[in-house]
Design a protein around this ligand. Structure first.
Ligand code: NAD
Ligand code: A1AUG
Length: 539
């Protein structure tokens, strides 16, 4: 048992490499990309520390080069999910009993591995498997995942240190037990860091986890799992399974020891999961924790006092970085008529310089969207807008899936503020703009607030302080994360805890102590030194 009250290293955000031409980091990453492109990986599930291979293999192709095969993974079925639950249950007691500083050490080591020897691997896997350019991979797969791991260690100790007051003769203590049962981490395709955070955050708090990544992010999930294992996460604590979502869900949500879900993904899937859990509530030993960060229809609203160039930059970066496949991506904009021509000039000027292609050519800002289903959906929306009398394609609109799933950054201008692409999350490089009459700011704010079911991120552009105050107050419930005179994307762990409300999730703020609190079951105990023997209290 430890003989000391230990402090953990104070977390600092991982510095972001630039990958500028001629830089050593660029040469090193290029080498790793070449290495991955000249091999095919065989990717097993990892259950109870064992690599599990099946007869059912699925090949993996870069979204930007669908003829190329990166490798294949072994798809599991219900049997593998049961096996993963057994492995997790088997590991539960020993892991829960392990002193917290060992858990901290393991995940700090994982962070150091990603920041160091695994940096190129995790970035290259994300670039090839999810079609991110080097910068987008770096801020996500390397830096944000490192930040999640290091900051979460700080939050864990912050939680453990939160102890109650004690009156004379009494010592009150709170133990933050892990949940009784196992946690299911169900992760999306678009952020490698989120895929790593969802299983590791509950595991850090002493829980055991079944982790099912998105089928379009298995390549980078494999690297994350390698890191966890090398860092010393014991067998059975995090079990990586590849199965269809509904198959995994059927087994897991039916199990009496299901204790919580850590989900990030689309709103519809989360709502379905919540309903299933509700219907099964009598089956569980404990009320499951339900944590889900979901979709967005994130807005930019500019006032006539805005800086037009700053608005244009926020639209370009906010809407089109990583092909708009960020839950935070700017996908609807409300711009004042008096500033529109100036904003438009800067915006179209920026867009015409963006190039699109394979992320292995580091100069491309835009790469491919994730898969054919996403491509077809986006191409359909663009086609519909081309035909709609209330919409016009102001920029882009070309879609081509001969080499990879390429959709040009596309800007729709609409005269109908309720046009479907103002309301629905498309999750791709499509931005819809509505121009409002400067005199109708109040009506426009009402409209913005009521147009969509989501409330994830929003950006306000104005230089008039009274207006900034007014807009942010009026839209207080329209976003979980607000940006003033900046794009609505790019939250940094430890700086802007991230999450939305309304249809965008439970707002448990990934990368904060609030999220870590969801993975413990606090148990206060009271010890007395006086051993009370009096029954009647004298009045
Ligand atoms: N709010 C946030 O922090 C945040 C962050 C990233 C992504 N997202 C959202 O995620 C979505 C994009 O990611 P995605 O396409 O991977 O999401 P998705 O909902 O399609 O998939 C998420 C996970 O759920 C699984 N899944 C899908 N259908 C399922 C079902 N019926 N039952 C059980 N599991 C199922 C998938 O296999 C995947 O592992 C967008 O809506 C985006 O806004 C939100
Ligand atoms: N945290 C990221 C978004 C994650 C969702 O896809 C951002 O703030 O841009």
């Amino acid at each position: 048992m430890p003989k000391g009250i230990f402090n953990v290293p104070t977390a600092q955000n991982e510095p972001i490499y630039s990958y500028a031409p001629g830089s050593p980091e660029r040469a090193s990453l290029q080498q790793q990309l070449d290495a991955y492109l000249s091999t095919t990986l065989d990717i097993p599930m990892v259950i109870g520390g064992e690599e599990v291979r099946t007869d059912h293999t699925i090949s993996i192709h870069p979204p930007h080069n669908i003829q190329h095969t990166l490798g294949h993974y072994h798809q599991g079925d219900e049997t593998d999910i049961y096996r993963a639950i057994d492995a997790a249950q088997g590991a539960h007691q020993k892991w829960a009993d392990l002193a917290w500083e060992h858990r901290a050490s393991i995940f700090l080591k994982a962070a150091d591995l990603i920041a160091g020897p695994y940096r190129d691997k995790i970035n290259a896997a994300t670039m090839l498997g999810q079609s991110k350019n080097a910068f987008q991979a770096e801020i996500d797969a390397a830096c944000e995942l490192v930040d999640f791991l290091r900051f979460n260690v700080n939050y864990m100790t912050q939680i453990y240190a939160d102890q109650p007051a004690s009156s004379p003769g009494v010592w009150n203590r709170v133990e933050y037990r892990p949940l009784e049962g196992f946690v299911f981490a169900l992760t999306p395709f678009n952020f490698t860091s989120i895929a790593g955070n969802l299983p590791s955050a509950p595991a850090m708090m002493g829980n055991v986890v079944i982790w099912k990544p998105s089928k379009t992010a298995v390549y980078s999930a494999h690297i994350i799992m390698e890191v966890f294992r090398e860092a010393g996460v014991p067998d059975g604590v995090i079990n990586l399974v590849f199965a269809s979502g509904p198959v995994a869900a059927r087994v897991i949500f039916d199990h009496p020891d299901f204790a919580g879900i850590h989900f990030t993904g689309s709103t519809a899937v989360f709502q379905d999961i919540w309903k299933t859990i509700g219907n099964n509530i009598l089956k569980y030993k404990t009320y499951p924790r339900i944590v889900g960060e979901t979709g967005g229809k994130d807005f930019v609203i500019a006032h006539k006092s805005c800086d037009a160039r700053a608005v244009a930059t926020a639209l370009t970066r906010g809407a089109f970085e990583y092909q708009g496949q960020k839950c935070s991506a700017a996908s609807r904009a409300y711009l004042p008529a008096s500033k529109w021509s100036e904003i438009k000039e800067h915006f179209l000027g920026q867009l015409k310089d963006l190039t699109m292609g394979d992320p292995c050519d580091f100069s491309h800002f835009v790469n491919a969207v994730i898969d054919e289903a996403s491509f077809d959906k986006l191409a359909g929306e663009i086609k519909a807008a081309q035909a709609a009398p209330e919409a016009e394609i102001l920029f882009g609109g070309r879609c081509d899936k001969t080499v990879g799933y390429f959709i040009e950054p596309t800007v729709i201008l609409t005269t109908d503020p309720l046009y479907r692409t103002m309301q629905e999350e498309l999750f791709g490089p499509v931005l819809t703009i509505y121009i409002y009459d400067d005199q109708k700011l109040d009506e426009t704010l009402d409209l913005l607030d009521k147009t969509s079911i989501y409330a994830l991120t929003g950006a306000v552009f104005a230089q008039d302080r009274y207006v900034i105050e007014k807009i942010t107050r009026r839209l207080a419930n329209a976003a979980g994360n607000f940006y003033i005179n900046d794009k609505p994307t790019g939250a940094v762990v430890g700086q802007q805890p991230f999450g939305g409300a309304r249809g965008s999730g439970t707002n448990d703020k990934a990368g904060s102590y609030l999220n870590m609190l969801r993975w413990v079951s606090p148990a206060p105990s009271k010890k007395t030194s006086t051993h009370p023997t009096i029954i009647n209290i004298p009045l």
